[in-house]
Design a protein around this ligand. Structure first.
Ligand code: URA
Length: 320
């Protein structure tokens, strides 16, 4: 119960920061929140209401118009939003940012240029200011000779701890997808639109619960670093994983639903770009039908990269 309330409180704070004035809250949640307010009031009866450290959520039952009895949405991992083709979070949801960096790398081989880029990103004060103490800025990982580069949305909880993209549950699934393509994770390059995990308010200095999609400004800030990685690695093909990655690469408002543009070839930085669903779509939709949709997109990538495709691979997930 405590975690659920914590998550609800965080989500209400995020929505408030994003300018949302009305929310739909179930009777059950309102009752639970009222109980929290009452318990707090009992614990600190002498604190005047106006200055009391009440959670925003605690104020909601009294102040916010309750429209419907829909259950509050639990937190979703970034990709759960990604495939829903949601727009980027409103810019007000994030701290103000300076202009996007201009990246100039030294001449030299790929390793030299990537190392210089890595140093640039790790020493970028804007990146550092956007991660919490003890957490890491994240740059892409993989072979500098990769023929295929996957692009995701942003580091999540596990990624900002390890400083590597796609190492959490969605990342483990991505690794399996890569292996199903007959490749090793170390054969490809894996990057993200963002170099930091988009922050959300936390309560009492506790760990951030859940993720929010990056704002347009955040993505614009980090994009030169992704472009530089594409420039250094020079892959033959790009694969955007999920709606946010697709928006970052193809432009905001360039499509309505991911379903309209996935499975087709687009272009970014002069490279063919395949758009598909984010692996966490599969984490939430375990049906063979969903797996087959992504797999068909990846078969197109394999075909274009002239990777060998066995009959068995062609038939993966066909038993609907
Ligand atoms: N989701 C992403 O889009 N990127 C990561 O690095 C991890 C999860």
């Amino acid at each position: 119960m405590h975690h659920a309330l914590q998550a609800l409180t965080d989500e209400l704070r995020r929505l408030k920061t994003a300018g949302v004035k009305t929310v739909s809250v179930s009777e059950e949640s309102i009752t639970a929140l009222r109980r929290v307010v009452a318990e707090r009031a009992q614990r600190a009866p002498s604190v005047p209401r106006a200055t009391a450290p009440t959670a925003d959520a605690a104020a909601v039952p009294a102040a916010a118009p309750v429209k419907a009895a829909a259950a509050p949405k639990p937190y979703e991992p970034p990709a759960a939003r990604s495939f829903a083709a949601k727009p980027a979070a409103p810019d007000e949801a994030a701290p103000r940012l300076p202009d996007a960096p201009v990246v100039t790398l030294p001449a030299g081989d790929k390793a030299t240029r990537w190392a210089a880029l890595h140093a640039l990103v790790m020493n970028d004060p804007t990146c550092s200011q956007n991660v919490r103490p003890g957490k890491k800025v994240v740059l892409g990982v993989g072979s500098l000779d990769a023929r295929i580069m996957f692009v995701g949305e942003a580091p999540g909880a596990e990624e900002e701890i390890q400083g590597e993209p796609f190492v959490g549950p969605a990342g483990q699934l991505l690794t399996k997808m890569i292996q199903a393509m007959g490749q090793k994770r170390s054969d490809v390059y894996i990057g993200n639109i963002m170099n930091w995990r988009p922050q959300m308010p936390t309560v009492d200095g506790r760990e951030q619960v859940g993720n929010r999609p990056p704002t347009e400004r955040e993505m614009t800030y980090c994009l030169p670093y992704l472009r530089a990685q594409i420039d250094v690695v020079n892959p033959e093909l790009l694969v955007a994983l999920g709606s946010t990655a697709a928006q970052g690469l193809l432009g905001f408002g360039s499509f309505k639903a991911l379903g309209d543009i996935r499975g087709r070839w687009h272009e970014f930085a002069g490279k063919p770009l395949m758009v598909t669903y984010h692996p966490s779509y599969i984490l939430r939709n375990q049906s063979n039908r969903s797996k087959r949709m992504i797999w068909e997109d990846l078969l197109k990538v394999m075909e274009r990269a002239t990777l060998a495709i066995s009959e068995k691979q062609r038939a993966f997930f066909l038993d609907r």
